[in-house]
Write a protein that binds this ligand. Structure first.
Ligand SMILES: Cc1ncc(COP(=O)(O)O)c(C=O)c1O
Length: 371
């Protein structure tokens, strides 16, 4: 199937990377990094060159998300997966309730559920269906995922929670272009290798005073062991000094900073959301128009504005077409999430993936199938 397909030159996208993470890091960022020569990479993260970079990231994100002045932007090593455990160990007092709708939200639930001295419960939605996050009596932490990267489901609202409850949002693949009032959350965290066009291995957490107070209360009680690298207190106090607890990847912070600047110059969060919306309506409109395509997420309000999941009629083999694209070097990264096992395209709508390139991609797929 598709052996004779070849993309005409005028349809070739300007960049072949349509993957949902790691995502497209602009080539200009790599050039800018190279231009720093011997002034940045290979210097100490406790010295001004790197500390100033961290400060710029913290201030840039605070501006972008318009966060309240008493919130802290904290960075650390290990990515969002590391935070799953760090939150379970250092922010859940007695009980967490997790709202899940796919692989990543379930992985976070499993982290909490494996800590013997806390209780964790799961409110699960079927894959491909939305989830409505609520406050839950008796839970001191509510965990929800802004954009479930495995299924392409985003949440459409956040609840008000009680004074003694923390609302924690894994925003890894939505942060930056899926609408969210960060000031309603207590921990809004992400890895930067998605919308923020950097590399993996880093986490960013935007924390409310309530979350900071909770972390202190738990650490000061000294009734549970928390490894030093998982100490919120250590992370927060290093953050205040524009540092990380241990040595970070400087290039990752550099790329993140470039993307935060780019997105602030683009017009900030509102404009980024608008651009994402345009790309989402292009893809979902195309899926609605073609009888061999269908949106995996039926309810439009839960359809992700960051990761589009589009099913292909079983008559055609999505994997075969993806192989043809890979062989000609035109498109990569559009396979369905591996554990989902669907005949599906999962396409990144992340900020740096251009609307024009998505238009070309839809034409390429349609041409391959219709001809
Ligand atoms: C929603 C979500 N949460 C968490 C993660 C894990 O991020 P990391 O691999 O940086 O730990 C991912 C990775 O794709 C994700 O999409």
């Amino acid at each position: 199937m598709f052996e004779n397909y070849k993309t005409p030159a005028e349809l070739l996208p300007s960049d072949p990377r349509f993957g949902c993470g790691p995502s497209l890091v602009p080539v200009e960022f790599l050039e800018k990094l190279a231009a720093t020569g011997n002034t940045l990479i290979g210097t100490s993260h406790r010295k001004p060159a790197v500390k100033n970079l961290v400060k710029e990231v913290q201030e840039g994100l605070a501006k972008f998300f318009n966060i309240p002045s008493d919130y802290e932007v904290v960075l650390g090593n290990g990515g969002a997966t590391f935070l799953f455990d760090m939150i379970a160990l250092g922010l859940v007092k007695n009980k967490a309730t997790h709202f899940t709708c796919g692989e990543f939200s379930q992985k976070w639930f499993k982290s909490s559920n494996s800590v013997p001295w806390i209780e964790a419960s799961e409110v699960a939605s079927e894959y491909g269906h939305g989830v409505i996050t609520t406050d839950v009596e008796g839970s001191d932490l509510i965990a929800t995922t802004l954009n479930e990267t495995s299924t392409g489901v985003q949440i459409d609202s956040l609840p008000d929670v009680g004074d003694d409850t923390l609302l924690c949002v894994d925003a890894t693949s939505g942060a930056g272009q899926v609408a969210c009032d960060v000031s309603k959350t207590d921990v809004f965290f992400f890895s930067p290798q998605k919308v923020f066009a950097s590399e993996g291995g880093l986490w960013v957490a935007i924390m409310s005073p309530k979350a900071i107070a909770r972390s202190k209360e738990i650490e000061e009680a000294k009734d549970r062991y928390i490894p030093g690298i998982m100490s919120w207190d250590a992370a927060i106090s290093n953050g205040k000094k524009n540092q990380t607890y241990n040595t970070p990847s400087i290039s990752t912070i550099f790329f993140l900073n470039e993307q935060v600047k780019l997105m602030n110059e683009f017009g900030g969060y509102e404009k980024a959301i608008e651009y994402a919306e345009k790309k989402a309506s292009l893809l979902y409109g195309w899926a609605a128009e073609k009888d061999y395509l269908s949106c995996y997420v039926e309810d439009d309000k839960f359809r992700s504005r960051a990761v589009a999941t589009i099913d292909l009629d079983e008559k055609y083999d999505a994997a075969a077409l993806i192989k043809v694209f890979a062989a000609e070097g035109s498109v990569n990264g559009i396979d369905a999430y591996r554990k989902l096992g669907r005949n599906q395209f999962r396409i990144s709508l992340f900020h740096n993936v251009k609307l024009e390139d998505l238009e070309k991609l839809t034409k390429m797929i349609s041409m391959a199938i219709e001809e």
